[in-house]
Design a protein around this ligand. Structure first.
Ligand code: HEC
Length: 481
């Protein structure tokens, strides 16, 4: 049902360990914090709850210094794997939860915070257990708690400093307008496509797909999109930022920052009350973060994979989140706890895409190893390997009637597969360039595919090309007219 692509900036194909993989040169996507445009909030149009939380904290020197200290002195024991004393320091929410003996920090009150006490020389237990922090380090921790425990996820995750000067920022080249993300609203009436750094919303109910509106606010390539199932929200992910749009007027109501890299996947939970995103430090870590819709701070965040996450899917019952990684794994996480409940090993290349069968019994995964694999969701057994894709499988969608799996492929083709057959049934259509992802209409009759050439290809399921949807105002189209 969705797709994700990890390709901003220029794209180069390389060969690594016999696999064709896509690597990234992200020149254009670097953003200086100082240069990020401020979003004017749409208080008049948005619910009070959202408007009230729209103020995004500025980057804070104290916070980033404290994060560096936590990372160097504390995080090795208080992370997702080790969790010493039951205490996690991977996010503000996790730290606020405290450890086995309850809360360890009171924001604004270092004097009442156990965290500030355990670092003192005479403390028992003493932290870090075999070291003594300096006076300055202790003073820094106290000042940071007194200042309200502001968080800087990038500093905690050790994201390389951004060195590009604001003056070096350029807009995206007119020729680089790939459609990396294409999503259909749950009712099938509206189609959202990221095109370069803009989002185009189309009327999917009309055969000529007129453009309804164009959303601007991201500086870099749109990597991911998600509609909330209730239709009220659209979320878009770029570099270190998620924007939330309300879908009556398509005004931005919220900006979620404090992320470490490109937002490679987005999903709303079935109740539309939480938003889940994946962001990444390529070759190091793939993060999953969960927000309550309307809140600026994630309630959960954890490193889920050892490299970028390329897709997220939620099981139809809403109880499990599945994540697909460059590390070749599919992992399952219980919702809302975020606890790992299983993993699928079997692909020999990046896992690019996931799709649940609508009845929740099966999960399909598509990979750079050119296979689609179909797994029994309950037993985690591999049921079928659908081979014979000539290149990486980049996107998957399972039709709502449960009958077919639609795959998109680096060769530009969209194919129709069956869960129990070992090769695709047929090629629905072929675009002029690489396809990054697919969406299918609720009646299973129409397929939308986002292409590197900046167009969304629309086929009916029998293979008739119905439309190629672009942006009438894009520089490319204008030049062609
Ligand atoms: C080498 C591993 C290690 C490092 C490094 C470490 N801790 Fe701990 N931490 C532990 C263990 C083990 C416990 C549980 C100890 C206990 O309850 O006796 C713990 C417990 C805690 C607790 C809870 C204490 C309680 O009584 O509930 C706090 C607060 C804490 N650590 C803070 C920190 C801070 C702050 C740092 C960095 C300055 C840090 N820790 C670094 C291992 C570590």
């Amino acid at each position: 049902m969705k797709h994700t692509a990890l390709i901003p900036g220029l794209v180069l194909a390389m060969t690594l360990a016999g696999q064709s993989v896509w690597r990234v040169v992200a020149q254009e996507t670097q953003i200086s914090k100082a240069a990020e445009p401020k979003i004017s909030t749409a208080k008049a149009n948005s619910p009070a709850t959202l408007a009230a939380t729209t103020n995004v904290r500025p980057a804070n020197g104290l916070a980033s210094e404290a994060m560096v200290l936590l990372r160097k002195q504390c995080l090795s024991c208080h992370n997702q794997e080790k969790k010493k004393g039951g205490l996690l320091m991977v996010s503000r929410a996790a730290l606020l939860q405290g450890g086995e003996n309850g809360p360890v920090v009171v924001p604004g009150k270092a004097g009442d915070s156990l965290l500030a006490k355990v670092v003192l020389a005479e403390s028992d237990p003493h932290m870090p257990p075999k070291k003594q922090l300096s006076e300055e380090q202790i003073a820094l921790l106290r000042a940071w708690i007194d200042d309200g425990l502001k968080w800087d996820a990038a500093a905690l995750a050790e994201v390389p400093a951004i060195t590009i000067q604001p003056s070096q920022l350029r807009s995206l080249p007119a020729s680089y307008q790939p459609v990396l993300a294409v999503r259909l609203s749950a009712d099938g009436k509206r189609l959202a496509a990221g095109r370069g750094n803009q989002i185009c919303i189309y009327d999917a109910g009309l055969t000529n797909h007129p453009i309804l509106t164009r959303l601007e606010g991201h500086r870099d390539v749109i990597q991911s999109l998600a509609w909330s199932p209730d239709g009220k929200w659209l979320a878009s992910g770029g570099f270190r930022r998620v924007m939330l749009w309300e879908t009556q007027t398509f005004k931005p109501v919220m900006e979620l920052t404090n992320l470490v890299g490109r937002v490679t996947a987005l999903e709303f939970t079935p109740e539309s009350d939480s938003l889940i995103a994946a962001d990444e430090i390529p070759t190091k870590s793939g993060w999953i973060r969960v927000w309550t819709v309307g809140e600026a701070e994630p309630k959960l965040s954890w490193t889920a994979h050892a490299d970028s996450i390329l897709d997220l899917e939620i099981s139809p019952d809403g109880k499990t989140l599945a994540s697909a990684g460059v590390d070749k794994l599919v992992k399952f996480w219980e919702l809302p706890s975020g606890k790992e409940t299983g993993r699928l090993e079997g692909h020999t290349g990046h896992v690019w895409a996931l799709a649940f069968k609508p009845d929740g019994s099966l999960l399909a995964s598509g990979s750079a190893d050119k296979d689609v694999k179909v797994w029994d969701f309950k037993t985690k057994d591999l049921k079928t390997t659908i081979g014979r894709h000539p290149a990486s499988v980049t996107g998957l969608a399972w039709t709502h009637d449960g009958k077919s799996i639609i795959s998109s492929c680096e060769d530009g083709a969209v194919r129709l597969c069956r869960e129990a057959k070992e090769s695709p049934d047929k090629t629905v259509g072929t675009a002029d360039d690489m396809i990054y992802g697919v969406a299918v209409s609720p009646d299973a009759k129409t397929i939308y595919a986002g292409c590197h050439d900046g167009l969304v290809y629309v086929w009916d399921v029998d293979g008739k090309l119905k439309d190629k949807v672009g942006d009438p105002e894009s520089p490319k189209k204008l030049a062609a007219q």
